[in-house]
Design a protein around this ligand. Structure first.
Ligand code: NAP
Length: 210
């Protein structure tokens, strides 16, 4: 009998994070799962309980460290989320803005560094980071959204993890359709096991076995 792996999932109330938490929780013989989220109300809404969750902001490295105590692995699923300023006029493109404290630099770069460093301090052995396809393309239109350079900051955080010395897997999501019977298409970029770069289609709940 193998000992279950202790895993913390951040962004646990997000679209992908919630699925990953649920999938891991369904396999208690393999995983002891904790979620990290900033909103107690949202945790209750999504999971019906706050048991097994740490509430905190990824800007708070001490809180992250406390949540990671005793964990073997960390799954990073946080992301900055642009908000539409107002519904666009007919024929106009919508304008977006990032909330204060919620810019890609703050969430996707500094927030991920905080998670990686808190994991290092807690002795975590493996980090799975879900980033985004297109992050090596500086001209990607997503970078222009609210002038946030979101993919550039995500890429910088990937580089930080790669150079951290911690065992890792980076997944660049290409788009995720989370619906019954839907599929999710993801790209493996690199793992320390040196798997080749190639596109792969995964079923919606693909992340947990990694
Ligand atoms: N979903 C897709 O189709 C897709 C496609 C391509 C790439 N990806 C990548 O996959 C990853 C996950 O995406 P997703 O769509 O699942 O994200 P999401 O639904 O937008 O969730 C992001 C999560 O991050 C949390 N968060 C943001 N700032 C935080 C902070 N300061 N402290 C604590 N938590 C914070 C949010 O908390 P709240 O719940 O409280 O807001 C939310 O739970 C991202 O890197 C994204 O770029 C996703």
């Amino acid at each position: 009998m193998t000992t279950p792996l202790h895993v913390l999932v951040t962004g646990a109330t997000g679209r992908t994070g919630a699925l990953v938490v649920q999938k891991l929780q369904q396999q208690p013989e393999k995983f002891v799962t904790k979620g990290f989220a900033r909103s107690e109300a949202k945790v209750r809404e999504v999971f019906g309980t706050t048991e097994g969750f740490y509430l905190g902001n990824i800007g708070d490295r001490d809180r992250l460290r406390a949540a990671l105590e005793g964990c073997d692995a960390l799954v990073i699923l946080t992301s900055a989320v642009p908000q539409m300023k107002a519904p666009p006029e007919p024929g106009q493109r919508p304008e977006f803005v990032y909330a204060e404290g919620g810019t890609p630099e703050q969430v996707d770069y500094q927030g991920q560094i905080n998670q990686i460093e808190a994991a290092r301090a807690a002795g975590v052995k493996h980090i799975v980071l879900v980033g985004s396809m297109g992050s090596t393309n500086e001209q990607h239109p997503l970078n222009r959204m609210a002038n946030g350079n979101i993919l550039i900051w995500k890429r910088k955080a990937e580089a930080y993890l790669i150079n951290s010395g911690i065992d890792y897997a980076i997944i660049r999501a290409g788009g995720c359709r989370i619906s019954p019977g839907g599929s999710a298409s993801y790209w493996w970029v690199k793992t320390t096991r040196c798997w080749p770069i190639h596109p792969m289609a995964f079923p919606p709940l693909f992340l947990a076995p990694m």
